[in-house]
Design a protein around this ligand. Structure first.
Ligand code: SP5
Ligand code: ZN
Length: 360
């Protein structure tokens, strides 16, 4: 339902890379491997409440009404896109008062890629609800797994789920869209899990979650949302020299209670399969295992792929099963949530590679 016709890249109008075909490509691949994947289209609607735990009320109101206002103001039907963004160096920024949609589009967006079309809110809403549905199912399969482990079975076969959603979420902050993202699906599902009153650890504490962000780009949105909390632990591997440019350095480690619970690992463009797997395994040993989480939520981007048209390390299709396998070895119930990845021809095999590697 979210169908911008174009975006701007390097100053030029180009087709919209975060396209509906991405979903078709992944779904076709999963459906053609019924021996490995069980596909279901069912999802539950959890309403506004879990979304409001992560995003600000005025931002949600804006997203929901923007396209209609935009058209009423004479905006182009391709969708809402800002012309002026309130840069932090502007004088007297505190007096910002956006009264029309063109002004609000700058207030609530940080780049030129998050085009709001007629059904963008509905599409982003459904993506969040699908991810929440998967989070609820994660609890169920997690409990089943725990019972088996208690019965003497080892922690070597963790259960997994994958939420095939778009638009993606990890660039969306509490009141900013950008980077093709509007609602932060992973953050919403994570906060929902933490909020479940009946979900407790054996020691009586809240369930602990690790968000592992393996998209090529830094998840500035997820980082911002959880910057001052120690649960979840946010870990991101991403390019050291690319979009979103101004976040993602190693010195961003969290603040207050959250200090030490935000971990960024920027990697060079020349990162190969071996480099990537080595870096990931090191993060798992040094940070994920000691955190002693109950669940892992993976922001799954495959724009790390060598032929990605807008991004790309040197990761190959042979690398993805190795990455999935490294995640399997954490030994925890895991929810994978789709983020980026724009090489349509290889999207299915690359996402499928991560998931099959996780299955072992
Ligand atoms: C979810 C996600 O992956 N969002 C990424 C949005 C990136 N948008 C801007 C990318 C600009 C990168 N530079 C283009 C270089 C073309 N050769
Ligand atoms: Zn990305």
């Amino acid at each position: 339902m979210h169908t911008p016709q174009y975006e701007f890249l390097s100053g030029a109008e180009t087709h919209y890379f975060e396209s509906p075909e991405r979903r078709e490509a992944i779904l076709n691949f999963l459906r053609s491997h019924p021996d490995m994947f069980e596909v279901t289209e069912y999802f539950e609607d959890f309403g506004y409440q879990p979304i409001k735990r992560v995003h600000k009320k005025d931002f949600l109101e804006y997203l929901e009404t923007a396209y209609e206002e935009w058209i009423a103001e004479g905006g182009h039907p391709n969708g809402v896109l800002p012309a002026t963004i309130p840069h932090h160096k502007l004088a007297r920024l505190g007096r910002l008062k956006a009264s029309n949609c063109l002004a609000k589009s700058g207030q609530y967006c940080f780049d030129l890629s998050a085009v709001i079309t007629k059904n963008t809110f509905k599409s982003a809403w459904n993506a969040a609800q699908i991810t929440l549905t998967a989070a609820k199912e994660l609890v169920r399969i997690g409990e089943e797994y725990e019972m088996n482990v208690t019965d003497g079975s080892s922690r070597e076969n963790p259960p997994g789920l994958y939420a095939l959603v778009r638009p993606p979420g990890h660039h969306a902050q509490s009141d900013l869209c950008g980077g093709y993202c509007f609602l932060n699906n992973v953050a919403i599902a994570t906060q929902w899990l933490i909020d479940q009153p009946e979900l407790k650890r054996k020691d009586g504490g809240l369930k602990k979650i690790v968000i592992l962000d393996i998209d090529f780009h830094h998840g500035n949105g997820t980082q911002e949302i959880f910057y001052t909390t120690s649960n979840p632990l946010y870990i991101s591997l991403h390019s050291d020299d690319d979009y979103p440019y101004f976040t993602g350095s190693e010195i961003e480690r969290g603040e207050g209670e959250g200090l030490g619970f935000n971990i960024n690992l920027p990697l060079p463009k020349a990162t190969t399969d071996d480099d990537y797997v080595e870096a990931l395994e090191k993060l798992i040993q040094e940070h994920i295992i000691p955190y002693k989480a109950d669940y892992v939520i993976v922001s799954l981007g495959v724009d790390t792929f060598k032929d990605d048209p807008i991004a790309g390390f040197l990761v190959t299709s042979e690398g993805y099963p190795r990455i999935g396998n490294a995640i399997r070895k954490i030994g925890l119930p895991t929810l994978f949530v789709q983020e980026g990845g724009y090489c349509i021809e290889m999207l299915g095999i690359n996402v499928g590679g991560i998931l099959s590697g996780f299955l072992g």
